[in-house]
Design a protein around this ligand. Structure first.
Ligand SMILES: Nc1ncnc2c1ncn2[C@@H]1O[C@H](COP(=O)(O)OP(=O)(O)OP(=O)(O)O)[C@@H](O)[C@H]1O
Ligand SMILES: [Mg+2]
Length: 280
């Protein structure tokens, strides 16, 4: 089947899905293509990347997206020789990611994104962030079920522990991954960095003990910010990240709790801050 596409120009990005499933760690590209097209052709939101068209003719597959000028968040946070992202932009990116997830989690049939990570957050010319890569997305549980059972797929360092252990997938798996991305925004460190040695290799394990203490938090902040960030805002995001990373999914907040806290960071100063009551 093929669908007519607009001519490629610099406003479009295209992707040739890999035919070799080994190339992409445990991703099923055939089903991935189906999920990508199904979700992205139906879901429209300012914080989801737009799928412009696709072509699927026997083995020839091509996906065409809106072009995101600044590429991925991963490129800006971790690559050497790239200008560090200023603090206020990091906060806006966190809000945009949360807005994208809030949209997916509030649909009548909830959508679990399942592969939230810095490389799947794309940035336009003004650093507005959008979620991309819906190849692993799937519908959330229906009725009074708390999770769906699936084969474990995703990315090491971002996937929630209970999901890795049991294959039980819920919106709370996305919340855990959001916690990891928030830590990446604070620290400028990758979720997993094998070059850092065993105690600092896994970002969550290393950073968790610093998140709840105002003075200790300094120790995990991205040194490339050179101290130019709001300490209060960093504390708010760190506290949020800690809740998102709770080992028990039931104790993680929902997007309806998280988004107002993040959005308040950009609200007029006289507004009262929303609070998430600890579920721990
Ligand atoms: N619409 C787009 N506009 C601009 N750049 C894009 C677009 N889509 C993808 N890219 C670039 O291509 C890179 C690769 O994306 P891709 O999703 O194929 O791999 P990945 O996210 O690094 O890994 P994974 O396959 O595990 O998702 C992105 O990180 C981004 O830099
Ligand atoms: Mg990707």
């Amino acid at each position: 089947m093929s669908i007519p596409m607009p001519l490629l120009d610099k406003e479009l990005a295209w992707s040739l899905p890999s035919r070799n499933s080994n190339e992409k760690a445990f991703k099923d590209t055939r089903n991935g293509l189906y999920a990508e097209v199904t979700y992205l052709s139906q879901l429209r939101h300012d914080n989801l990347v737009k799928l412009i068209g696709y072509c699927s003719e026997s083995d020839n597959k091509l996906l065409v997206y809106e072009y995101m000028q600044k590429g991925s968040l991963e490129n800006h946070l971790f690559k050497r020789g790239v200008q560090p992202i200023p603090w206020s932009t990091r906060v806006s990116i966190a809000i945009n990611i949360a807005q994208g997830l809030m949209f997916l989690h509030s649909l009548e049939t909830q959508v679990i994104f399942r592969d939230l990570k810095a490389s799947n957050v794309l940035l336009d010319s003004d650093f507005n962030a959008k979620l991309s890569d819906f190849g692993l997305a799937r519908n959330g549980p229906t009725g009074d079920k708390s999770h769906v059972s699936t084969r474990v797929v995703g990315t090491h360092g971002y996937a929630a522990p209970e999901y890795i252990a049991t294959g039980h997938l819920s919106v709370k798996s996305d919340i855990y991954s959001l916690g990891v991305v928030l830590l990446e925004l604070l620290s400028g460190r990758r979720a997993v960095d094998e070059d850092r040695g065993s105690t600092e290799e896994a970002l969550v394990d290393w950073a968790k003990p610093f998140l709840n203490d105002k003075r200790k938090l300094l120790r995990i902040m991205d040194t490339r910010l050179e101290g130019r960030y709001s300490k209060k805002e960093a504390q708010t995001i760190a506290a949020l990240a800690l809740q998102c990373l709770h080992v028990d999914p039931k104790n993680r907040p929902n997007m309806t709790d998280i988004l107002p806290v993040l959005e308040h960071l950009r609200a007029p100063k006289d507004m009262t801050a929303p609070r998430i009551h600890s579920k721990a």
